[in-house]
Design a binder for this molecule. Structure first.
Ligand SMILES: Cc1ncc(COP(=O)(O)O)c(C=O)c1O
Length: 413
């Protein structure tokens, strides 16, 4: 048995972990061309330009939906998708237990109430049972998030939604290139939202978002909402309903169009890393790649490693430090348990004192049930997080496996 690096042994890896490089000359050329056009009067907002329009058509084609509309961020895409549903204020929206606040804040901003579905302890996504347990007569929609690039159990979620006549929004911010039963995420539910911020699988101009749908009415509503309720495709001549300015710019779109062409390759390279790691650690007892549904093909925005602490003589914190000493930049967890956020615990959205809109819908103040997601906390405890990306290759997978094996050999209970 080799001595762990943390105890003075030789580390598995001394090379730095690869840096993710997202941009190459193609994006630089696209931006340069746009700006050169602008010098002779060309547009770089979407009005008068052609790149946002083209990006939307190409994005819809790539994902397999009839329609797509660009926005200024993933948060804006979620907000526009929610607004497109035209739910009555106070409607409860079943939300993901582990996700970015950019998927929750639009719910409240739209006068709706987030109610969190629990996960299973083996997964950071909402579970079908978790969804079922939170449905009430006030529920109007489900926003499911494919966290870490792992698709939610979409068949079950869609059949629960059909049973209760609910809309489903897929939050695909972390899951570009992931599929469910061979179809890209975002094309399964009624409407989908992508974040195109830098660091995501593909990026627009550093920030950006896209709403995708097969439903023409939802498409027009999302597009109208993202541009101050403008009456696109309507006989009304003035602004139709409340909306915001969430428009994508031409500058975002020229970068996004190049990036879209790289989406599948980026997802495939991440999958190759994870397949190699799975193969290398198949016999370990204390560590495995996290669970994902059989019908899913994750695209791994980051990698979750399941740790069975009960099989080790060391705890997770020590395992993470030990992996770090071996040259593997593991972190203890993802940590984005949505209902732990201060503003949700304090119901702090509008004004200083008000608990609007919660107090209107639940005047008796009984709202703890909506925040209760014990399995999500367990899932966060049971997993470690590794920042993998398409610049990580076979060597990084082999090194990660070797470091995990070293810990298991030294610390198996
Ligand atoms: C799951 C999820 N939803 C929504 C968002 C919000 O996207 P954006 O930061 O582009 O507004 C993020 C961003 O990280 C996310 O991870």
């Amino acid at each position: 048995m080799s001595t762990l690096a943390i105890d003075g042994g030789t580390p598995v890896r001394t090379d730095p972990w690869p840096t993710r490089v997202q941009i190459d000359d193609q994006e630089i050329d696209a931006v340069t061309n746009l700006m050169n056009d602008a010098k002779s009067g060309g547009a770089f907002d979407r009005y008068g330009g052609e790149h946002v329009d083209d990006y939307e058509v190409e994005f819809a084609e790539a994902i397999g939906t009839a329609w797509a509309t660009g926005t200024s961020a993933g948060t804006a895409a979620i907000h526009s998708a929610l607004a497109a549903l035209q739910l009555e204020p106070g409607t409860e929206v079943i939300s993901a237990p582990i996700t970015d606040q950019g998927a929750i804040m639009p719910v409240v901003a739209q006068g709706l109430i987030p109610v969190f579905a629990d996960a299973s302890p083996e997964c950071m996504n909402m579970s079908p049972d978790g969804v079922r347990a939170k449905i009430t007569e006030r529920t109007g929609a489900i926003v499911c998030a494919h966290i870490a690039g792992i698709p939610c159990e979409m068949d079950e979620i869609m059949s629960i939604a059909a049973e209760h006549d609910l809309f489903v929004i897929e939050d695909c911010a972390q899951a570009h290139g992931a599929t469910w039963d061979g179809e890209f995420v975002g094309s399964i539910a009624h409407i989908g939202a992508y974040s195109l911020m830098s660091g995501k699988h593909t990026v627009a101009g550093g920030q950006g978002g896209m709403v995708v749908t097969d439903d023409e009415e939802l498409y027009w509503n999302a597009k109208r909402f993202a541009d101050r309720g403008k009456p696109f495709n309507s006989e009304v001549e003035t602004n139709l309903f409340l909306g915001l300015n969430y428009r994508m710019t031409e500058l975002d779109a020229v970068i996004g169009r190049v990036q879209l062409g790289k989406m599948v390759d980026i997802a495939d390279r991440r999958r190759a890393f994870v397949s190699k790691l799975e193969e290398e650690i198949a016999d370990l007892e204390a560590f495995s790649v996290c669970w994902y549904p059989e019908r899913s093909r994750p695209s791994w925005w980051f990698l979750l490693i399941r740790i069975h602490e009960e099989k080790l003589t060391c705890d997770k914190a020590r395992a993470v430090d030990t992996l770090g000493a071996e040259g593997i930049p593991m972190t203890p967890n993802y940590g984005a348990i949505a209902p732990r956020a201060h503003w949700l615990r304090k119901q702090s959205a509008f004004g200083r004192e008000s608990h609007f809109p919660w107090d209107v819908v639940w005047p008796d103040g009984d709202w703890e049930w909506a925040l209760d997601v014990p399995n999500a906390w367990a899932a966060d405890d049971n997993h470690m997080r590794l920042g993998i990306h398409e610049c990580c290759g076979e060597q990084e997978a082999v090194d990660t496996a070797e470091a995990l094996r070293k810990i298991e050999e030294a610390c198996l209970a």
